[in-house]
Design a protein around this ligand. Structure first.
Ligand SMILES: [Zn+2]
Length: 392
């Protein structure tokens, strides 16, 4: 089972310069390999494979000892694999588009600024030293050095790969490990979980997790910064400062939200054998098409929309975290298709009316808590019975 940890890295000036050089060299390799594939196809209608390109690495390295020759061989192979994956995806799209008028974009050369990560195989040009006794963790990369890493939670499992990644002016290390599941003792509790706007979640046996307060505070600050930056003169230093403050605010919300998701998921996995919830991972992606949270389209700029978008962005992430935690604890998670779970009565299945956000009214059973009703429907749909607490 794979587990990924994204951790902030703090290279020194000199390490940062070498890391930038590493990315540039890998970018050159990527573009050269892409050029070879393009030319071979254009001139001779020949497809070049990953194997063909990997076989040339030795000669490329020997011819350029001060450049490509300095880098990890296996990391270079990973970069060639990445190009290969890009091509495979392109060919698949192209086959899908055959006979249709849709045009499919051919893989493009990457600009240095856009080429932002290199993947290393652990133990081969890269090494992970976990944080110990209050000291920093470190990740070592060939041609870069031993870089300080902030490790905010324990890295579990055997380290398989290490990715060095640049995001605007920050650096990250993504540690991917392989972990053996450790089953937790059975609890006898199985619940449906409804994720909502007014409350973060409601379980089918009536437990509620409220939305964390930091969201409200962050929302006020974000709305304020957005308003001020919209009013600031384009291109001015003030506007730039406000934009940076806004990005920082979003980063903070994202981090707080991720911590909250981990804690909440942990609580559920510890106390439940089986969990059912709506699969909101895809839904979250489609809503973001109208404008991402960071760069809202007109439709999500309103305050109500913003509140929702802060929460929305969380559901998919929470679901993924919950699924991963459940897997490593030997718990079962059932994901059900999201549809009508909140407006059909859980007891009799009749279509309810919804006069208020928090209440549905069944023609037979009367007023029901909308979230609780939703959670029970989810439990039923997943085959967990009603998911209510067993009668004492
Ligand atoms: Zn009913």
């Amino acid at each position: 089972m794979k587990r990924a940890y994204k951790l902030r890295a703090y290279p020194t000036r000199r390490q940062e310069a070498r890391a930038a050089r590493l990315l540039a060299d890998h970018c050159d390799l990527y573009n050269a390999a892409l050029a070879e594939r393009r030319e071979a196809w254009r001139m001779r209608r020949v497809s070049v494979s990953y194997g063909d390109q990997s076989a040339q690495l030795k000669a490329i390295r020997a011819a350029d000892p001060g450049g490509q020759g300095r880098h990890s061989f296996t990391a270079q192979q990973q970069t060639l694999r990445r190009l290969n994956a890009t091509f495979a995806a392109y060919l698949k799209r192209a086959r899908g588009a055959k006979g249709k008028s849709r045009r499919v974009g051919y893989p493009r050369f990457k600009a240095y600024q856009r080429f932002d990560q290199v993947l290393f195989v652990a133990g081969d040009g890269a090494r992970w030293d976990p944080a110990e006794a209050g000291r920093w963790a470190h990740a070592s990369f060939q041609a870069v050095g031993r870089v300080k890493v902030g490790q905010h939670r324990p890295v579990l499992g055997r380290v398989k790969t290490l990715q060095l990644k640049r995001e605007s002016r920050r650096w990250y290390v993504i540690v991917v490990t392989d972990i053996e599941p450790v089953p937790l003792p059975a609890t006898g509790r199985s619940v449906g979980v409804d994720l909502g706007v007014a409350r973060f979640l409601t379980t089918s046996d009536g437990k509620v997790v409220a939305n964390p307060r930091f969201l409200d505070a962050a929302q006020e600050r974000i709305v304020d910064l957005q308003r001020r930056s919209a009013r600031a003169r384009p291109g001015s230093g003030n506007r730039r400062r406000l934009r940076r403050a806004l990005a920082k605010e979003w980063r903070k919300v994202r981090n707080q939200r991720r911590d909250f998701h981990h804690k909440t998921a942990h609580g559920l996995v510890d106390t439940c054998d089986m969990l059912a919830l709506e699969d909101l991972r895809v839904a979250a992606m489609t809503t973001s098409a109208a404008g991402t949270v960071e760069a809202p389209g007109r439709s999500v700029a309103a305050k109500a929309g913003l509140n929702r978008s802060i929460l929305d962005a969380g559901w998919g992430q929470f679901t993924s975290i919950l699924v991963a935690k459940a897997e490593s604890a030997g718990r079962r998670v059932v994901l059900v298709r999201p549809a009508f779970t909140s407006i059909d009565c859980h007891a009799c299945g009749a279509r309810c009316t919804r006069p208020r956000q928090d209440t549905v009214v069944c023609p037979v059973h009367g007023d029901l808590d909308a979230d609780l009703n939703g959670a029970r429907n989810i439990a039923t749909r997943a085959g967990l019975g009603s998911g209510q607490a067993p009668a004492a």
